[in-house]
Design a protein around this ligand. Structure first.
Ligand SMILES: [Zn+2]
Length: 90
């Protein structure tokens, strides 16, 4: 079984638990995109940490964009159905 290399001090684990328990997490301003991000964590908006690119950030698909896509598909489907009907009619 793998075991931790060093004992985690009581203070250290309690500090972490304290942050996890607090309702208002310690947010700091991201130096790159100026959005609020957790301290000592990769920024979820631009994916950088300490000035380095850590994560590739995918563009968020908003509900509005999803709805537009769905409507577009629906229109295409309706058009193909109309084409089929007209072909069958002749
Ligand atoms: Zn950022």
């Amino acid at each position: 079984m793998p075991e931790p290399k060093q004992k985690l001090s009581r203070s250290r684990s309690r500090k972490r638990k304290g942050v996890q328990a607090s309702k208002t997490p310690p947010l700091v301003e991201c130096p790159k995109c100026k959005s609020k991000a957790l301290a000592h964590h990769v920024c979820p908006v631009c994916g950088t940490y300490k000035g380095r690119q850590i994560l590739e950030v995918k563009t968020k698909i908003t509900k509005r964009v999803k709805k537009k896509k769905r409507e577009k598909k629906k229109v295409e489907r309706d058009e193909t159905e109309k084409m089929r009907e007209s072909k069958n009619g002749k």
